[in-house]
Ligand binder design. Sequence first.
Ligand SMILES: Cc1cc2nc3c(=O)[nH]c(=O)nc-3n(C[C@H](O)[C@H](O)[C@H](O)COP(=O)(O)O)c2cc1C
Length: 285
Amino acid sequence: MSIRDAIRSRRSTRRYADRLVPEDVLESLLALAHRAPHLTEWPPRVTVVSGREQVARLLARYAGVYGLVEGAPYLLVGLIPGDSELARLDLGFVLEQVVLEATRLGLATCWMTGSYYPDRVTQEIALEPGEVVAATVALGYPREDAMARLHDAAIRRLVSAHRRRPLEDLAFRGRWGVRWTSEGTDPRVLEVLEMARLAPSAKNSQPWRFVLEHGVGEEFPALHLFLTHAMPMDGGIVMAHIALAAAEVGWAGRWQVRWRDLDLAAAVGAPPSVVPVGSFVPKSD
Ligand SMILES: Cc1cc2nc3c(=O)[nH]c(=O)nc-3n(C[C@H](O)[C@H](O)[C@H](O)COP(=O)(O)O)c2cc1C
């Protein structure tokens, strides 16, 4: 399965089958978390809690719009070396690479920042000094029976999980506010934007906005990323989708992190209400 197929097929799963994941598969996911490209000098760490009972103890029965995530045999725990927005951005970037690899391997996942008890997770794992539990991801095989499907469908309806804004609402051409359409856009760029649009975000708020700036004679545009809300983890997740999808379609680029960089906002005329995140620029830069 390609990364783009994984992006297309991934969905948050909240009902899990009572089936173990082979040890080598788990180990390969943790190894990926360890060696995955990251955005900062202080990358996050990912560890795992195993066992349905152990995981159930850590999950909240009800958390706002979300119901219980049930039966997960594993919980990936995302740890940041100290609490900062940049560390959360990096966690989104690294952990989403693991989520997509898990999807490729036929596993189901659900990102969680609200549906678990951080203090209980902290007691369950060995933290390094200064480390903070910032997110968890349920992991396992999905339950396929009718009750499980009904439950997942109900929660998905509640948060409109299937819904994504059209790209025309997310992207601008050259400058903030200038209408972008797919017409005349390189199909590889279009594909990457589509893969960005399918990224998961907390409560499916889809806070990402893109400004595509074409340099004269450049094959690919610079893609500037902004967030309508300061949700760094959502930012890191969409950055992973863009980097992975771009690599697959042959768009050689790399992320320059420019978190809250007002020069980036000024360069494209972005309003003060949005958070500058970074630019995906040609690799030769
Ligand atoms: C950072 C983040 C935090 C999330 N937190 C929760 C959560 O606490 N509980 C939950 O059930 N789903 C949570 N979700 C899942 C989102 O609701 C889901 O990604 C979104 O509705 C889109 O649906 P999809 O993932 O099926 O595409 C979270 C997702 C992200 C990216």
